[in-house]
Structure formats: structure tokens, C-alpha cells
Design a protein around this ligand. Structure first.
Ligand code: SF4
Length: 354
């Protein structure tokens, strides 16, 4: 079938096979792909809102034993600038975030052997006792590590964290869900199967999550497609992923080095992700790793959301990439892409339309 006919069928709801993904990657016109992804988005939503959230990313520790090759953030325990956050610093960060309109905290950090489950349950309970804010926190590798050093099962760990106030999980630590790639870029991190299994357990106990991908390090298209296939399959089973978020690898200050992926590759992949992931409602465009203009273009290539106005983002910044944005700027950016800006919460409820 010709690429344009195939795109038309997919926009109308046909599920894309892996072979068709490859065919469209190779043959479809760049703008035709963008147009199809946008048509699919329009069919799902029936409106032209583009959403964002205000949140703060708080890294509770930079001490990490995992030593991923792409990471510029982690430190050894002995490093001069190694830290574990104390309550005073935590309160100051949260209060500053709330003053700026934040509704969500992404609390994430390194895999630090000294921090077992009580560190997290105490921290979450203390936060919830003081503030009305959503905890979208701890990625799957952190959950696995906390379970291991606390001698608990994944399910018990998640249940205790949920009871202490954890609301949902970010999809971090997925990088590329293919073990050939994981062995190279993050050999000490959890496997594809473990990442998927933690997400499955989280969904089963009522913790929704997002699914992420860090593309553009050493992997090939076949690995990226395998990743999409895995998360689409799990979404068929649980329906627990709220969104798909693809980031691009930042080759600064780390062991892996290499080049940045081109924006054209990113946009082409984003459009195909919208069309392939027919069971995902929200697809996020990344202005944090791609810059504001490409973030804006992502809205024309299938994205319905631009993620967060990050009050603090240390991991991408440590790699030398730091785009900052104020709420007003986000609103005007979305407007000039021809979309209606709206602030959302973690569950994608609209809080305010601008
Ligand atoms: S990416 Fe996360 S797990 Fe890997 S070294 Fe950095 S902080 Fe540690």
C-alpha cells in the first residue's frame, strides 16, 4: 500500500504494524507525517488546546551507585558536592514552587544505599501533611533499588509509598527499552523486563504513570520501535500510562559523548509515535531537550502537551542543556503555534484556559 493511503487508514483508526512503521519511516513525506499525526490528535481531542503543567523537579540526592554512561548528574559519596536534601531545603523549594503556581513535584534522585523506604515514606508523609501538592515521583529504577535495600517486594514498596502520599510515577529510567542498548549505556540499571514489570505492578495498584524514552544515544530505529512496541503492549493490558514522552539524549559532560539527534529525526519520530501509540491519549513535545522552537513545532507533529514549566531541572542542565521558560512565555509560545494554551494538573484535568 502507498504511504499516503496507509497514513489515511491509520488516522482513521487502523493499528499500525511494526512493518508499517518502518515503511512509513522510510517512505512517508515529512510534512505528510506531521499532518497525519496532527489529524490523529485532532480526532482524539476534538479541540485545539495544548496543555502544560507547572511543577518542580527536586533531586533529593545526587549520590548514585548506578553510574549510567549518559549521566552528568551523579556523584560518588566522597565527592565535594555530593548531597542528600534536608527538610529545610526541601520546604524552601516546595514553597517557592507553590508560590509560582506549581501543582506537582517530581522528586527523583540517585540510587543511594543509605536511603531506604523509611526515608521516602517519612518524606512523602511530611510533605503531604504540610502542602496540597501532587507527588509524581520516583522512577522505576529508584523503586527497584528502594525495594532491594529495604528487603521488600516491588508491590509492597509501591503500596507503602502510595500510602505515604505517592500519587503517580514518572516514566524515567526507561531510556531505550531494549537490553542490547541498556547493557551499553546503563549496564547497572534495571532491565527492560523489570522496568515493564514495575510499571505493570504500579498500574495494578492504582498508581498511573507516564512512559518515557531517551532517544538518540547509540540505538537504532529498530530499538526505538521495539520500545514503542513494549509500551503499547503493556498499555493494552493495564491502560495505566497517561502519556508518552520522548526526550533526546544530551551528549555533554558524560562518558558516552556522541552527537545530538537532529530535530528533523525527532519530529519524524514524534509524529510516528502519535500514530503508532493508538492507545496513548497524550503525547508530549520536549522543549527541554529540543528548545522552544522545536517544542512549538512538536504541537504540529502530534503532541498535545508541552510538559512542564520546570522550576528546577538538574539532570538535563548537568549535561549542559538548559532552556528556561516562564508561564507567560509558554502561553505565548503555544498561542503563536496556533493552539489554545491551557494549564493542566498531573491527571491532565484542565485547570485554566488562557
Ligand atoms: S541516570 Fe539516574 S540512575 Fe543513572 S547514574 Fe544518573 S542519577 Fe544514577
Amino acid at each position: 500500500m502507498r504511504a499516503d493511503r496507509l497514513l489515511e487508514d491509520i488516522v482513521n483508526g487502523k493499528r499500525m504494524t511494526d512493518e508499517e512503521f518502518v515503511k512509513l519511516w522510510q517512505e512517508a513525506d515529512f510534512f505528510a507525517l506531521g499532518k497525519a499525526a496532527d489529524a490523529r490528535r485532532q480526532k482524539i481531542f476534538g479541540h485545539n488546546l495544548a496543555t502544560f503543567i507547572i511543577d518542580r523537579n527536586i533531586n533529593y540526592t545526587n549520590i548514585c551507585s548506578c553510574r549510567c554512561k549518559f549521566c552528568a548528574f551523579y556523584r560518588t559519596r566522597e565527592a565535594k558536592d555530593a548531597y542528600v536534601i534536608d527538610r529545610e531545603a526541601l520546604w524552601a523549594k516546595i514553597e517557592e514552587a507553590i508560590d509560582l503556581g506549581a501543582t506537582q513535584l517530581m522528586i527523583q534522585g540517585g540510587l543511594n544505599e543509605e536511603l531506604d523506604i523509611t526515608f521516602f515514606t517519612d518524606m512523602f508523609k511530611d510533605i503531604k501533611a504540610r502542602y496540597n501538592i501532587t507527588l509524581h515521583s520516583l522512577s522505576a529504577p529508584e523503586i527497584s533499588f528502594i525495594a532491594k535495600i529495604s528487603g521488600l517486594s516491588i508491590k509492597e514498596t509501591l503500596l507503602r509509598l502510595k500510602e505515604a502520599g505517592l500519587d503517580s510515577l514518572p516514566g524515567g529510567g526507561a531510556e531505550i527499552l531494549h537490553d542490547d542498548v541498556r547493557r551499553e549505556i546503563s549496564p547497572n540499571k534495571i532491565s527492560t523486563e523489570e522496568w515493564l514489570s514495575i510499571m505493570k505492578t504500579a498500574h495494578e495498584i492504582g498508581l498511573a504513570s507516564t512512559a518515557t524514552m531517551m532517544m538518540g544515544s547509540i540505538e537504532k530505529l529498530e530499538h526505538q520501535l521495539y520500545h514503542l512496541h513494549q509500551i503499547r503492549d503493556l498499555q493494552d493490558q493495564t491502560g495505566g500510562f497517561r502519556a508518552f514522552i520522548v526526550w533526546t539524549y544530551q551528549p555533554g559532560n558524560n562518558m558516552l559523548a556522541g552527537d545530538k539527534i537532529s530535530s528533523l529525526y525527532y519530529l519524524r519520530f514524534l509524529a510516528l509515535s502519535r500514530l503508532y501509540l493508538d492507545n496513548f491519549k497524550h503525547i508530549q513535545g520536549s522543549w527541554v531537550t529540543q528548545g522552544k522552537e522545536i517544542g512549538q513545532l512538536s504541537l504540529l507533529f502530534g503532541a498535545d502537551d508541552l510538559g512542564s514549566i520546570m522550576i528546577e531541572e538538574n539532570v538535563v542542565r548537568a549535561a549542559g542543556t538548559f532552556y528556561k521558560m516562564k508561564k507567560e512565555e509558554m502561553i505565548s509560545l503555544i498561542r503563536s503555534a496556533g493552539r489554545i494554551p491551557a494549564q493542566r494538573d498531573t491527571s491532565y484535568n484542565i485547570l485554566q484556559i488562557f
